[in-house]
Design a protein around this ligand. Structure first.
Ligand code: NAP
Length: 371
């Protein structure tokens, strides 16, 4: 039985992971849980799965619950898992990811920010310790599945699909009047607040392009994005002979989570099949780069991969929060990100500690721009 620790267990990815564990109690044993501040839900989960190693990042945790910034790290150390599922949102997920691979524990990674901000440190540590980083993001899971049995040297292009978000057909001139409620209304996926707003600006796709570079060892020039509103094709890989492989399913994160947990095997899941006995329409459009500048911003960030993706992510987290509170308009989000990147472009980063300092600096800079 594989021992699983789930970080961010009270969130969308965390709850979906627990659903997978409920489906296959014979395969997996939950041994550790970490969350931010929702101790009520954490206790319910712990009771249901009889988990004793618990942590929350925001004190007080209460009886039997570790609390504080290092709580997720302690959960990894004490629960002795075979796999850590990281479903924490934001840059707070980076150090727990690093801790898992440093401890020699396989990392099922939903927290894309871990690779976006610290891809160099994370991939180096994983390589040194012979630990796999198993993608949970549906696009990267799709690419990972397409690459099974393939020689990575034959990759010509990785084509990430994007739903296009709720504003694909909305005129750019009206973007400044978009409300948080409209932006939180994602057409195909139900997710946490930050990733939902990032999906509306396409910043989520920018983060995923960077994530793909680190996961699959390719440069930005090998990554493309296509808008696919049905969210059925989760991504594609083109090989040297121009053959393209794609992975398809109904949109359901439990499939990607289960693949990461069961890899290199597959396990049966009681999920709805993709209907093939009726007409199935799959559309693909080039993204509107003028309307959605996030993709170009992400390409620019990978020009200085140790510095700018971290700045881009931190500024985006701050700007998304500001948008949700009504402090800036929807089109202001990417503007704050771009300006913060301009201001911190000259920094250097050599250690994970310096990276954390840069993340803090970028938040402060973005915050100052807002006020
Ligand atoms: N949702 C999806 O379908 C999806 C798909 C692909 C990738 N992802 C990625 O997965 C990550 C999580 O997304 P989500 O949609 O699940 O977010 P979410 O619903 O907002 O959940 C975030 C989780 O992180 C916890 N958390 C926050 N700060 C923490 C900290 N310092 N230490 C430990 N736990 C902390 C939260 O705890 P509290 O609730 O207790 O505050 C919550 O459990 C993101 O990186 C996102 O990009 C998500």
């Amino acid at each position: 039985m594989k021992r699983i620790a789930v970080l961010g267990s009270t969130g969308s990815i965390g709850e979906s992971t627990l659903e997978v564990l409920r489906m296959r109690p014979d395969e997996f044993r939950l041994v550790g849980l970490a969350a931010g501040k929702n101790t009520g839900r954490l206790r319910e989960q712990a009771e249901e799965f009889r988990v004793e190693i618990l942590g929350v990042s925001s004190p007080p945790g209460g009886q039997g619950i570790m609390s504080g910034e290092d709580a997720a790290l302690e959960v990894i150390r004490r629960s002795e898992p075979d796999i850590v599922v990281n479903g924490i949102s934001g840059a707070a997920g980076f150090l727990p990811s690093l801790e898992a691979v440093r401890q020699g524990v396989a990392l099922a990674l939903a927290n894309k920010e871990s690779l976006v901000i610290g891809g160099r440190f994370l991939t180096e540590a994983a390589c040194r310790n012979g630990v796999p980083i198993l993608p949970v993001d549906s696009e990267h899971s799709a690419v990972f599945q397409c690459l099974a049995g393939e020689n990575p040297e034959n990759i010509r292009r990785i084509i990430l699909t994007a739903s296009g978000g709720p504003f694909r057909q909305r005129p750019k001139e009206t973007f400044s009047s978009i409300t948080p409620a409209e932006a939180l209304n994602h057409p195909t996926w139900s997710m946490g607040r930050r990733i939902t707003i990032d999906s509306a600006t396409l910043m989520n796709k920018g983060l995923e392009m960077i994530e793909a570079c680190w996961l699959f060892g390719v440069g930005m020039d090998s990554i493309e994005v296509t808008v696919h509103p049905q969210s059925i094709v989760h991504s594609m890989v083109e090989f040297a002979d121009r053959s393209i492989k794609a992975q398809l399913s109904l949109p359901d994160m439990r499939m990607a989570i289960a693949y990461a947990l069961s890899w290199p095997e597959r396990i049966a899941l009681p999920l709805a099949p993709l209907p093939t006995d009726t007409a199935l329409r799959l559309d693909f459009f080039p993204p509107d780069q003028d309307k959605f500048p996030s993709l170009a911003v992400a390409r620019r960030a990978m020009g200085r991969p140790s510095v700018l993706p971290c700045v881009m992510n931190a500024a985006d987290e701050v700007a998304v929060e500001a948008f949700l509170k009504g402090a800036i308009g929807f089109d202001g989000i990417v503007e704050v990100v771009k300006k913060t990147m301009d201001m911190l472009d000259t920094f250097e980063v050599e250690t994970p500690e310096e990276l954390i300092a840069l993340d803090k600096n970028a938040r402060k800079t973005a915050g100052a721009l807002l006020s």
